[in-house]
Design a protein around this ligand. Structure first.
Ligand SMILES: [Zn+2]
Length: 594
């Protein structure tokens, strides 16, 4: 067989279903992709790469449409064709309704809301949103789509006959879409094989950015994600209820404030406490100079995904002992059981953004069955900037001076340096410390240096946030632990910003994405009344630790006695045991980093 015949066979293989079903082949990707196109459309200027990405996203829909065209071409089934049109138009209609009314599209949150809505709530919802201007726009688009489909299908009943030239041109254009689309579809095809939340989270991090941009794949992902995370959350809730059968007590003699701050995307190599030459944390450095702050030099996060990292931080499980996060209770519950007043202030609490990661964490932290077990109080709204949340917390405290409660746990979950870091601090001159000139990286061009300057400004703002929490408690008996949920790459070793999800992790990926800043600060009063813990902290700063075990150290700092406390996981204990530190479920950090 010569090359010409082979090419003709390939051409026939690709174009034959399209020649038979040209209208179907063209309209289906349009219906699959239209809502995602609107959702991804930038509000203002977007770069060439943004529009290039939109074409890449579309290619997956084109390939899926080609697969469906083959099915219809082979089966000649009119019913199948009508069914495919109906499903795609329906999914588009749902997305458009959500997009125009709520600026969102299908996600696990939306499915959860649908699942938990009763008939009365549904009818009230429909009454409210059925005839809004936004809904009317949606109906008009759907109607146009249906009419267009009917007209074009009627005109094009006969097989499309194209000239030779037209056939080759169409084929060449399609081949680009076909090859890229087939490649992305190979990721989509793996999706039904994944069952746990972490697998789905990783798939989303690795491939979701390209593969999820069409209604059927997005619906499939949302359904699987909701199912997997609901199962884990159910186990987690059961684990908390089972823990009620065991007592937790506290032997603290003095009053005590334990403060735990979970940071976000803090790359420790952008912090002078770990040798960064730019002074991004002047307040923390000052506290270290005074001797009240101690830096843990060898802390890592077991995951670089917020949801999984934070759930493992909150749970008393230990990954080194092969325990999953949902099989053990949250440390906050044990504090509450031991008589602490527990207060959660999370700036990652859902307000309007209904993405899957926020879903996975928030649906657990704010589960209505867990709230009474875990907290005495929690914030109900989040804030654009972390300092505003801390100020709100201080105002709230001033307005609600409780009868002096001797034992308190305050957990703050910050937005920290979450991407895009430029959005994490107010753009006022007092917060714009660093510019491109501050970043001595001649290997980078100006816009890249600006990104680093933004990140460093966000880090300096974060320093102010933490300092304002310390100041609030510094006259009390207080101990504070800070750690970041994971790190972040900011052009540190390659032309990349964010976190990646490759299976084999390089030393650099481990260093910048999994190593985390972690430190302990205490007030003078705590130092005077807890000399043993203070000397244990000073002795522990270089011990290798993993953030999933931090709950055991917190329990020790608060003198809480519970069967869930394990001294071999607590860096402050003499019985602490160094164990393998496994990241992302498959990589031994200490072996790989050597
Ligand atoms: Zn995070």
């Amino acid at each position: 067989m010569n090359i010409k015949t082979t090419l003709q066979k390939i051409k026939a293989f690709i174009t034959e279903p399209i020649r038979h079903e040209p209208v179907f082949f063209c309209l289906i990707p349009l219906f699959m992709f239209f809502s995602h196109f609107l959702y991804e459309l930038p509000e203002e200027y977007a770069s060439f790469f943004h529009y290039r990405n939109l074409l890449i996203f579309l290619s997956n829909s084109v390939f899926m449409s080609w697969l469906l065209s083959i099915l219809i071409y082979w089966t000649h089934s009119k019913l199948l064709k009508i069914l495919a049109y109906s499903v795609m138009i329906f999914l588009m209609a749902v997305d458009l309704f959500l997009y125009f009314n709520f600026q969102t599209i299908m996600s696990p949150w939306i499915l959860l809301l649908l699942k938990e809505t009763n008939i009365q709530e549904s009818s009230e919802f429909l009454e409210h949103y059925l005839f809004t201007d936004e809904s009317i726009i949606c109906y008009i688009i759907v109607r146009v789509a249906i009419v267009l489909t009917c007209i074009l299908e009627k005109i094009n009943r006969k097989r499309l006959s194209l000239s030779r030239w037209a056939q080759w041109t169409t084929c060449l254009i399609l081949v680009g879409f076909w090859v890229i689309g087939a490649y992305i579809f190979s990721w989509t095809a793996r999706l039904p094989l994944l069952s746990s939340q972490i697998e789905l989270d990783e798939w989303d991090g690795q491939h979701g950015g390209y593969a999820r941009h069409n209604t059927p794949t997005n619906l499939l992902f949302s359904t699987l994600f909701l199912h997997a995370s609901s199962q884990e959350h159910e186990y987690a809730i059961q684990s908390c209820f089972s823990a009620l059968n065991h007592q937790a007590t506290c032997s603290e003699k003095d009053s005590l404030n334990v403060i735990f701050i979970i940071g976000e995307s803090f790359n420790k190599y952008h912090c002078p406490l770990y040798g960064y030459p730019i002074n991004t944390t002047p307040h923390l450095c000052q506290e270290k100079e005074k001797g009240n702050l101690h830096v843990f030099t060898d802390a890592i996060a077991p995951y670089n995904l917020t949801s999984y990292a934070v759930k493992n931080i909150c749970s008393t499980n230990s990954i080194a002992d092969h325990e999953t996060w949902f099989t053990k209770p949250s440390f906050m519950m044990l504090f509450k059981q031991a008589g602490f007043y527990v207060s959660l202030w999370s700036n990652q609490r859902i307000d309007s953004d209904l993405s899957s990661h926020d879903y996975a964490l928030n649906s657990y932290l704010y589960d209505t069955r867990l709230i009474p077990l875990l907290y005495n109080e929690y914030n109900t709204k989040s804030f654009t900037y972390d300092l505003r949340m801390v100020q709100r917390f201080q105002q709230y405290r001033a307005k609600h001076p409780r009868q002096s409660h001797p034992l308190n746990l305050y957990v703050f979950h910050l937005l920290g340096q979450h991407s895009n870091a430029i959005n994490r601090f107010p753009h006022e001159s007092q917060f714009l410390y660093f510019s491109t000139d501050s970043i001595k990286r001649p290997d980078l061009h100006e816009s890249q240096r600006q990104t680093i300057a933004d990140y460093d400004n966000a880090t300096r703002y974060n320093d102010k946030v933490i300092k304002s929490i310390m100041d609030y408690f510094h006259n009390t008996s207080a101990i504070l632990v800070y750690l970041s949920d994971h790190g972040e790459v900011v052009y540190d070793y390659r032309n990349y910003v964010g976190r990646s999800h490759e299976t084999k992790k390089s030393k650099e990926a481990l260093r910048y994405q999994f190593e985390i800043p972690c430190f302990v600060w205490y007030s003078n009063r705590y130092e005077a009344s807890h000399p043993e813990i203070v000397s244990a902290i000073k002795a522990a700063v270089d011990k290798p630790m993993s953030s999933d075990d931090i709950s055991h150290t917190l329990l020790n700092m608060a003198s809480i006695h519970t069967p869930y406390y394990h001294n071999d996981r607590d860096v402050l204990s003499d019985q602490f045991v160094v164990k393998p530190r496994i990241v992302q479920g498959n990589t031994d950090y200490d072996k790989q980093i050597r």
